[in-house]
Design a binder for this molecule. Structure first.
Ligand code: 0CG
Ligand code: SF4
Length: 320
């Protein structure tokens, strides 16, 4: 048998599931246990098809909007990305039992936006149009009180009602570096603008980007395990490229690896987005092991011990 070429694998740590994702998936599983199938979930609970398919198989029904749900006594769970204020209002009007699995770190941004609004400030949201988290955060305030800025040009073109009464918040899963330059633009154009004490980018996004930066320039290629609709996973691929990695790919499963691109590499970095299960990292490593003789090292840049308890309605003492 022909000898396999050697491949050095640098595994980023931390990688994969964050505390908000664990909580959101656990919420669906717990709701299925308590209320029985089906339970409804508005939007992919987290942006990963494998996770969504697994929950579907257990009896979760995924919808994009509440009008797809019949009148029911079963709960509907809101995804980890958060929802506009109008959504729980509609659920209440229809008497649908809603369980909010919005990540507490997204809810924190919602509360910040509200706080500024109550103090009469116009709010700028740094983020990407159309992403459900951005839709949810914009939907915390009345129209005309919060504005999305995606680029330095958007900041240049923004005409505030009162320059002295402005604040900003951000999406939680952005590139740390891009956000820093957006914040510089904001404070340059509006020196009195108020922002979060520390940024709104969450610990999981920060740590995963940091780990990728550490290894990106020293590997021939990088694989980010995650879905193409996952903002934090897309950012990891981008960070790898910008930090000097010549070949970076976002891959959902082993079947998606374009093997011809990886034929001649001798080192590979692997990380996973916050919504990508470790079993998919293992699947991809096993597929590489069929073609290469692997030497695996973990490169750790932070320890994570964040834990969020289940949404209140699902805690044992409150379940009805
Ligand atoms: O990174 P985004 O906000 O697209 O979400 P994903 O589901 O991939 O990960 C964490 C959450 C919520
Ligand atoms: Fe929460 Fe960050 Fe995870 Fe999103 S990526 S669910 S904000 S911890």
């Amino acid at each position: 048998m022909e000898k396999k070429p050697k491949l050095r694998i640098l595994l980023c740590a931390p990688r994969g599931f964050c505390a908000g994702v664990v909580r959101a998936i656990d919420a669906v599983e717990e709701a299925l246990k308590i209320y029985g199938a089906p339970v409804y979930v508005r939007h992919e609970i987290v942006h990963n098809k494998y996770v969504v398919e697994g929950l579907k198989a257990k009896g979760a029904i995924f919808v994009e909007e509440l009008d797809e749900i019949p009148d029911t006594t079963k709960p509907v769970i809101f995804s980890a990305h958060g929802v506009p204020k109008s959504i729980p209002e509609v659920a209440e009007k229809r008497q649908i039992f809603a369980i909010d699995a919005t990540c507490p770190l997204v809810t924190k941004v919602h509360r910040e936006a509200e706080f500024h609004h109550q103090r009469g400030r116009q709010v700028l949201l740094v983020g990407h149009a159309g992403h459900p988290e951005v839709v949810g955060t914009l939907g915390q305030l009345p129209k005309g009180s919060i504005f999305l800025v995606q680029t330095p040009e958007d900041i240049e073109n923004f005409q505030p009602a009162d320059e002295a009464n402005l604040a900003y918040v951000t999406q939680t899963t952005l590139s740390i570096d891009d956000t820093r330059s957006m914040v510089e633009c904001l404070t340059k154009r509006f020196p009195k603008i108020i922002g979060p004490l520390r940024e709104d980018i969450c610990y999981a996004t920060t740590n995963r980007q940091e780990a990728v930066k550490r290894i990106a320039a020293s590997v021939d290629a990088m694989i980010v395990v995650g879905s193409s609709n996952s903002s934090n996973s897309q950012r990891l691929k981008e960070v790898a490229e910008r930090s000097g990695c010549k070949l970076a790919r976002l891959v959902l499963r082993a079947d998606d690896v374009e093997w011809e691109l990886f034929a001649d590499i001798s080192s590979l970095g692997i990380t996973a987005g916050a919504s990508a299960p470790e079993v998919l990292v293992e699947e991809i490593m096993a597929a590489f092991a069929e073609r290469f003789e692997l030497v695996v090292e973990t490169v750790s840049t932070a320890d994570e011990s964040v834990f969020f308890p289940l949404p209140r309605e699902l805690r044992p003492e409150n379940a009805v």
